[in-house]
Design a protein around this ligand. Structure first.
Ligand code: ZN
Length: 155
């Protein structure tokens, strides 16, 4: 997509955040996980938008909200290649960096159905380790290690 087309897509947003290049199908999951509708701000979601180089994509715009560094890093686990643009006065003022976090708390449920985290009133907690071929997540409670794709797919 050219910069010009991109600018036209985001021009309706005066201040806020555009999460773009989300793999198609993950947009609603991201909306839900990060509770982006809970702030009372206007949220615009585009699903199955055409995107030249990656097939279809999803896109989320949230007014007057900037993701915390922690949220941006958690987003890296779900959609490492998405772009997060901070908009001020209709312009992209910066792109937020997405870095895989060392740990994630209270976001994903443990895939192990026997894990004590499902019955005790505790926040889920995973430590994250990036290996050559995969990103592994280890549950603090049952100490099982999962591929991050397994963990992020649990609902
Ligand atoms: Zn567990």
């Amino acid at each position: 997509m050219s910069e010009k087309v991109y600018a036209r897509n985001v021009e309706a947003l005066k201040n806020g955040t555009v999460i773009d290049h989300i793999p198609a199908g993950l947009g609603l999951r991201i909306l839900d996980l990060f509770e982006l509708t809970s702030y009372g701000e206007r949220v615009t979601v585009g699903l199955n938008l055409s995107s030249g180089h990656m097939g279809n994509k999803d896109l989320i715009k949230v007014e007057n909200l900037v993701l915390t560094e922690g949220q941006a890093n958690e987003l890296a686990l779900l959609a490492p290649k998405c772009t997060v643009s901070v908009i001020e006065n209709f312009e992209v003022v910066r792109k937020q960096k997405l870095a895989i976090p060392a740990e994630v708390t209270d976001l994903f449920a443990c895939p192990n159905s026997n894990c004590v985290s499902h019955v005790e009133p505790v926040q889920s907690h995973f430590s994250v380790r990036v290996t050559e071929h995969d990103t592994k997540m280890k549950c603090k409670y049952c100490e099982k290690v999962f591929s991050k794709d397994i963990v992020v797919a649990v609902r």
